[in-house]
Design a protein around this ligand. Structure first.
Ligand SMILES: Cc1cc2nc3c(=O)[nH]c(=O)nc-3n(C[C@H](O)[C@H](O)[C@H](O)COP(=O)(O)OP(=O)(O)OC[C@H]3O[C@@H](n4cnc5c(N)ncnc54)[C@H](O)[C@@H]3O)c2cc1C
Ligand code: SF4
Length: 345
């Protein structure tokens, strides 16, 4: 029987779980499918994070370095778990490179998949290069190149950010709110205004959900200090008039049709369930909730528990989640895994 814990996924949740387990002397096998650790903020090249304002490469990079420095952590990148046998206290995992790992418990921190905007074709992504996603704008900023129109590299004079792309949209089977994209968009709008003070930035919304303390820090600050304009609207389509991208729909406050030209239209994409979740559910024998996220059994009694004893879940694998909540959940999953380990050992 092994006291080892198998952590799957090296994003903020998995890194937090691994760090907590290592801090109390547990050995951990950390399995990550990509070549590098850090999860979405590193792999997708996020710029400055909300709410801290720290660069993702620094904040999450720090978490990666702490985990990499632990002697009790065996990191397996470019690897997946292909089979899991045994029970709580005595699991045996076969990895994609053919090696085997024994573990008393497992933490699934396998995260989410960014919504692919081609699934919302009427909003112009894929039809014109100057319709981009929030992740693309994050990459423009984090790479140091600055916010530019992909069609001809010019500095945009008018930018529209469209909220709820791939979220709160029952027509395309995504009824959940992705929680963080209002705040991320308000933050991006301020970053654009900071880099390009002459550029007008508009945010088109159904509702604004800059929840909790983010209301003052992002929603009001973006309007009062950075002059970002918020328009309540229903967007029908995004087309191209030969010169600029055209946003068509209805201003739902004044109830008038709109058709407005922009240099750059940004989709604030949401968080889909990890596309690998059906395979993950099969390998680990855990249930998914109806939308396809990994089902957490209880929010109170066993915070990180899944449908299978000894297997825990944390972060955006459960549903749309912020980084700080993913970290907290990673720590909670580590505590739960530790309990199973101690009981079973
Ligand atoms: C555009 C955008 C901007 C955002 N900006 C912010 C922000 O500024 N602040 C904030 O709080 N939140 C932000 N978020 C949310 C943030 O991305 C998540 O909260 C965070 O990434 C969740 O961490 P996680 O570890 O649960 O999942 P992830 O970051 O998705 O990490 C999961 C890891 O598991 C790996 N993995 C997946 N499947 C497998 C498998 N089968 N086997 C092995 N490994 C696997 C992945 O490669 C990845 O490394 C943003 C989200 C979006 C869409
Ligand atoms: S956080 Fe805002 S943009 Fe994101 S899905 Fe919820 S309401 Fe829409």
């Amino acid at each position: 029987m092994s006291g080892n814990v198998l952590v799957v996924g090296g994003g903020p949740a998995g890194l937090a779980a691994t760090k907590s387990l290592a801090a109390v002397g547990r050995s951990v096998t950390l399995v990550e499918k990509e070549e590098i650790l850090g999860g979405a903020p590193i792999i997708s090249g996020y710029a400055k994070l909300v709410p801290s304002g720290e660069w993702a490469s620094e904040a999450i990079g720090r978490m990666v370095r702490v985990v990499e420095a632990q002697k009790s952590v065996d990191i397996r990148t470019s690897t997946r778990v292909s089979e899991l046998t045994g029970d709580a206290g005595a699991f045996n995992a076969t990895l994609s490179d053919g090696s085997t790992v024994s573990a008393a418990s497992v933490v699934l921190a396998t995260g989410f998949t960014h919504f692919d905007s081609v699934n919302k074709p009427e909003w112009g992504f894929g039809s014109h290069p100057d319709v981009v996603t929030t992740t693309q704008v994050e990459q423009m900023i984090s790479s140091g190149k600055g916010v530019r129109c992909p069609s001809d590299s010019r500095k945009p004079e008018r930018v529209a950010i469209l909220l709820c792309v791939g979220s709160r949209d029952r027509q395309i089977g995504r009824e959940w709110c992705s929680k963080i994209c209002c705040t991320v968009s308000a933050n991006l709008a301020m970053e654009i205004r900071e880099e390009l003070p002459e550029c007008s930035v508009y945010i088109y919304y159904m509702d604004i959900r800059t929840f909790g303390l983010y209301e003052g820090q992002f929603y009001w600050r973006s309007q009062e200090e950075f002059k970002v304009k918020y328009i309540k609207a229903r967007i029908a389509e995004v087309t191209f008039d030969g010169k600029r991208v055209l946003l068509k729909g209805e201003d739902t406050l004044v109830k008038r049709p709109i058709s407005i030209p922009f240099d750059l239209v940004v989709h604030a994409i949401g968080m889909d369930p990890n596309t690998e979740n059906p395979a993950i559910a099969e390998v680990f024998g855990v249930a998914l909730e109806p939308h396809g996220h990994i089902r957490r059994e209880s929010a109170y009694d066993s915070v990180a528990g899944t449908s299978r004893a000894g297997i825990y879940v944390a972060g955006a694998a459960i549903g749309p989640e912020t980084i700080d909540d993913s970290i907290a959940q990673g720590q909670a999953a580590a505590m739960a895994a530790l309990g199973t380990t101690a009981d079973a050992a």
